[in-house]
Design a binder for this molecule. Structure first.
Ligand SMILES: [Zn+2]
Length: 473
């Protein structure tokens, strides 16, 4: 019933909730050809065995040489419709799932039902790269056996070939010490969500940082300087001597030109310090800023500029829970602490409540030119990454979707770009706030989403985030 060679020779984790179109027992013919049948649900079949034989199918999941699952199924006899040949088929359909009850349950999940708990032996828990082995037993003796992988090997091509993303996990200070972030559990959880489309993630690194203030903004409401003039500022790096810096301003200079001149003058004048200029463009904000001495605090004083329409000033940057993290703080955070590998998704764990009205916020490739610190960056609240199954277990997988899909995808809701109108989809708005990983929750993906992620984020896109080798391979 499945291709045994080529790009299609693989079993896939089902994209349906396990209770949809999965009957407990079926005859030789089944109604499984209906419109909403799952192309990834399967059952073993063997031909060339006489009617009246004692036939059973043993199905196993093999992971790194170990049998993780094993069950024997009864078989039903019939004639194949296409050529009237006698055949046996398994009496139950089987569905691969990727989401299981976590080892620690606090406190809601006692009432949750996980994907592999629905019709138990028919919903088989797997990970990408496992092997499914089906063995035919006739009168208790092994008659034949076949294997298929879960997803094609990463070295291959096609929608079923495994692709790998890297997550760099960064914690801000002030997170709860009683339920601290769990980078590995978070990545495992993202992998459970994304196994449906043969995408897995590796943890590329985990660190804790202290946010810094080291930027000055350059603003001009009119867009360009109205006259010639000068700007000056005294720059004091954390451990360094305060150094005065002065630049010329020319009539008609844009914010970008002034920021660029200021950055290069700081780099030239202040010993041991490099400065760079960046844009900051949101719906309501549009200016440039200069970031000095990446990763370190810098004090700016004695600031003056002339003509008066050019404003140069250090902005307020808030990272504590009660202060909220706005787009500029996120932009500065990302530029200071994203890792240097553009192929990595950087995930910052922030205090609960630090993202007004959101559990997470994600930027993608497009932000390179508007909010560069947000490019392929996720800010996520701590309760979504602390491994506690009673708080936002699907948020991290959802935010990763925003990054991989580069915003809207086929079938996304025009009223909420980047989100799915299907409440059971991982990209539904509700999936972020869900408290359970119950099988009914919003965590499904579609073939279109699989294709979209691979089109937008696999090689050779401008910023490839999906790879054929893992971070440590
Ligand atoms: Zn979202």
């Amino acid at each position: 019933m499945f291709a045994k060679t080529g790009d299609e020779a693989a079993l896939m984790v089902s994209k349906l909730p396990p209770d949809v179109n999965l009957e407990e027992q079926v005859g030789f013919e089944s109604t499984f050809t209906s419109a909403d049948a799952d192309p990834d649900t399967f059952r073993p079949q063997v031909t060339g065995i006489q009617e009246g034989s004692d036939v059973r199918f043993r199905v196993q999941v093999v992971r790194e040489g170990q049998v993780e699952y094993e069950h024997e199924f009864e078989a039903v006899f019939g004639m194949l419709p296409e050529d009237e040949k006698p055949a046996y088929r398994g009496a139950k359909h089987l569905r691969l799932v990727s989401n299981a009850r976590p080892p620690e349950l606090v406190p809601f999940p006692e009432i949750a039902q996980y994907d592999d708990e629905y019709l138990e032996e028919q919903t088989i828990l797997v990970k990408l790269g496992d092997t499914i082995r089906a063995t035919v037993l006739v009168d208790g003796n092994v008659a034949d056996s076949t294997t298929l992988p879960v997803g094609r090997p990463a070295s291959e091509n096609g929608l079923k070939a495994i692709r790998i993303g890297y997550i760099n996990f960064i914690e801000l200070p002030g997170l709860s010490p009683s339920l601290p972030p769990q980078p590995e559990t978070t990545v495992d959880r993202i992998n459970e969500d994304w196994a449906q489309v043969a995408i897995r993630f590796d943890l590329a690194g985990a660190s804790t940082i202290d946010p810094v203030a080291n930027v000055i903004t350059v603003k001009n409401r009119a867009g360009t300087a109205s006259a010639d003039g000068t700007a000056s500022v005294t720059v004091a790096p954390g451990q360094g001597t305060p150094t005065p810096v002065m630049i010329n301003i020319f009539a008609g200079d844009t914010e970008e030109q002034i920021a660029q001149r200021l950055a290069s003058e700081i780099s030239n004048t202040v010993p041991g310090v490099t400065a760079q200029h960046y844009p900051h463009r949101t719906q309501n904000e549009d200016f440039w800023f200069v970031l000095v001495d990446k990763g370190n605090n810098v004090t700016f004083s004695n600031i003056s500029s002339d003509p008066a329409d050019v404003f140069i000033q250090p902005p307020a940057l808030n990272y504590r829970d009660e202060d909220k993290i706005d787009f500029l703080a996120g932009n500065v955070l990302g530029l200071n602490f994203k890792d240097d590998d553009a192929r990595t998704i950087d995930m910052f764990a922030v205090p609960n409540g630090a993202l007004p009205g959101a559990y997470g916020r994600a930027g993608h490739d497009e932000h390179q030119f508007t909010l560069p610190g947000w490019q392929n960056t996720i800010l996520i609240i701590e309760s979504a990454v602390n491994g506690n199954d009673a708080s936002n277990p699907l948020t991290a997988g959802h935010e990763v979707g925003h990054v991989l899909f580069d915003g809207p995808f086929d079938g996304s809701d025009p009223a909420s770009p980047g989100h799915s109108p299907d409440p059971q989809n991982l990209m539904s708005v509700g999936s972020q706030g869900g408290e359970l990983e119950d099988f009914r929750e919003g965590k499904r993906l579609t073939n279109e989403q699989n294709e979209d992620a691979r089109t937008d984020s696999a090689t050779p896109t401008p910023v490839p985030l999906l790879h054929q080798t893992g971070h440590n391979e």
